[in-house]
Design a protein around this ligand. Structure first.
Ligand code: HEM
Length: 417
C-alpha cells in the first residue's frame, strides 16, 4: 500500500492508487469533453492510475497531492513570464505589461523584488481594515438584494463584493468607485476560462484606464499619504527598486488576483453550504464554524484550479517524464481531493479534521498568495454577514464551477429567502 505523510507529520493511509501498467513513455490523455462534463470526476479517474495526464491540445496536469506540493517549490518549474500573453495574441499594451512586469508571472530575483514591497504593505493591520470594509460592502449589497424576494447571486453579490472591497482597501475615492469597479470587472474577464477576442479588446481598454488611474493615485498618495493600501505600497516602493510600470503592475495584480478567485469561492461556499442544509444551519447558529467552512470550501472547490508553469529541466514523476518547454498545471483541484490524503474527499464536510493535509488552495512555494490573510478575512466576513442577514437563504438553481486550469467561473445561481 502507498503510504504518504501529511505535511503536519500525521501519517495517513487511505485508498491506494491502482497504477496502470504501461511503458514509461505512455501518457494518459484527458479529453476536453471529459473535463468540461465533470473535471473532478476526470481527475479522480486518472489520478488513481497515473501521476500525470495530458490535456488534449493543452497542458499536462500533475494530479497527486504529494507531487503538486513538492513541485510547487521545485526550481525546475518556472512561472510563465509573457508566454500566456503571447499565446493569447498580446505583444504589447497595458494588458501585456501586467504579464511582463507583474509578480505572478515573474521568476527568481525579479519576482522577489516585485513581491517584497507588497508583502510589506500588507501588514497585519490591514486585515482588520479588510474585515470592516467587507462587512460594510456586504451589508450594502444585501440591503439592495433584500428589496426583492429572490436574486441571481453571482452577478448581484459574488461578483461585486470583491471589487468593491478591493476598491475600499486600496483607498479609491468613493466618487470614483463605480467607474473603477466597472473597469476592474472588464479587465478580469480576460482571465476567465472561456474569454473571447472581444473580451481581450475590451479588457485592454480597461487595463489602460486602470493603469492611468492608479498612476495618478500613487502620485497623489506619495504627496499626501492616507491610511490605505496604495499609500502603504507607495511608501514601500519609494526606494526606487521598481520602475513606474512595475509599481502599477503589482497593484493591478491585486485586482487580477483578488476578483475572479474570490467571486468563485463565495459562490462555491454559499452553494455547498446550502446544498448541505444542516451545515448551513450549523454556521448560522455557531459563527465559530465560519473559518472551517471557508477552509473546506477551498479544499472541495478551490477558487484557483491550478498553478500554471513551464518545465525548465526534465522532471521524472514515477515512470513518467515532464519534458522541458512543456506547459504544466499543478492541479490544486485534483490534489485537494486526493483520496490517499483526505478521507471521503468528495464529501463537503466543514467538520472534517483540518490537521490532515495542508490546504493548497492559496498555492504553495514562492508565489503562494500574497493576500492570503486578506482573502481569508474577506471570505469569513462575507459568510458572517450572509448567515446573519439571510439565514433563510435557499438555492433555486445549483451553479456549476467551470474552469479546470487557472480561474474558475461559476454559472448563474438563483437564490431566494
Ligand atoms: C479565495 C481567494 C483567493 C484564492 C483561492 C487565491 C489563490 C491564489 C493562488 C493559488 C496563488 C498562486 C498562483 C501561482 O502560484 O501561480 C495566488 C497568488 C496571488 N494572489 Fe491570490 N488568491 C485569492 C485571493 C487573492 C486576493 C484577494 C488577492 C489580492 C487582493 C490576491 C492576489 C494574489 C497575487 C498578487 C498573487 C501572486 C503572488 C506571487 O506571484 O508572488 N489573491 N493566489
Amino acid at each position: 500500500m502507498h503510504r504518504i505523510v501529511a505535511s503536519k507529520g500525521i501519517p495517513v493511509q487511505h485508498a491506494p492508487y491502482e497504477e496502470i501498467s504501461a511503458p514509461a513513455e505512455y501518457l494518459p490523455l484527458i479529453k476536453t469533453a471529459e473535463l468540461e462534463a465533470d473535471a473532478h470526476q476526470a481527475f479522480r479517474r486518472w489520478r488513481g492510475r497515473a501521476p500525470i495526464a495530458v490535456h488534449e491540445g493543452g497542458p499536462t496536469f500533475v494530479l497527486r497531492y504529494a507531487d503538486v506540493e513538492r513541485l510547487s517549490s521545485d526550481p525546475r518549474l518556472r512561472a510563465t513570464e509573457t508566454g500566456i500573453a503571447q499565446q493569447r495574441g498580446l505583444a504589447e499594451g497595458a494588458l501585456y505589461d501586467f504579464f511582463e512586469h507583474g509578480m505572478l508571472t515573474a521568476n527568481g530575483e525579479s519576482h522577489e523584488r516585485r513581491r517584497l514591497p507588497m508583502s510589506r504593505a500588507m501588514a497585519s493591520r490591514l486585515v482588520n481594515e479588510v474585515r470592516s470594509h467587507t462587512r460594510e460592502c456586504a451589508e450594502t449589497l444585501i440591503d439592495d438584494l433584500s428589496k426583492e424576494r429572490q436574486s441571481e447571486f453571482v452577478s448581484s453579490f459574488a461578483a461585486l463584493l470583491p471589487v468593491y472591497t478591493l476598491a475600499r482597501v486600496l483607498g479609491i475615492p468613493r466618487g470614483d468607485e463605480a467607474v473603477f469597479s466597472h473597469d476592474v470587472l472588464q479587465l478580469s474577464k480576460f482571465f476567465r476560462p472561456d474569454s473571447t477576442d472581444r473580451d481581450t479588446a475590451a479588457s485592454t481598454t480597461a487595463a489602460e484606464n486602470i493603469y492611468e488611474y492608479l498612476k495618478d493615485l500613487v502620485q497623489a498618495r506619495r504627496e499626501n499619504p492616507a491610511t490605505d493600501l496604495v499609500s502603504a505600497f507607495a511608501s514601500a516602493t519609494d526606494d526606487g527598486a521598481l520602475s513606474e510600470v512595475q509599481i502599477i503592475s503589482q497593484l493591478v495584480q491585486l485586482l487580477i488576483g483578488g476578483t475572479e478567485s474570490v467571486r468563485a469561492t463565495i459562490v462555491a461556499m454559499t452553494a455547498n453550504l446550502l446544498l448541505k442544509k444542516d451545515q448551513w444551519r450549523a454556521v448560522c447558529q455557531s459563527p465559530k464554524l465560519i473559518p472551517a467552512a471557508v477552509k473546506e470550501t477551498m479544499r472541495y472547490e478551490p477558487g484557483i484550479a491550478g498553478l500554471v508553469r513551464i518545465v525548465a529541466e526534465p522532471i521524472e514523476i514515477g515512470r513518467s517524464l515532464l519534458s522541458p518547454g512543456s506547459l504544466v498545471v499543478l492541479s490544486i483541484m485534483s490534489a485537494m481531493r486526493d483520496e490517499t490524503v483526505f478521507p471521503a474527499p468528495d464529501v463537503f464536510n466543514i467538520h472534517r479534521d483540518v490537521s490532515v493535509g495542508r490546504n493548497l488552495g492559496f498555492g504553495s512555494g514562492a508565489h503562494r498568495c500574497v493576500a492570503e490573510a486578506l482573502a481569508q478575512a474577506e471570505l469569513e466576513e462575507t459568510l458572517a454577514v450572509l448567515t446573519r442577514r439571510l439565514p433563510s437563504l435557499r438555492l433555486e438553481e445549483i451553479p456549476v464551477l467551470k474552469g479546470f486550469i487557472f480561474t474558475r467561473d461559476p454559472t448563474s445561481m438563483c437564490v431566494s429567502w
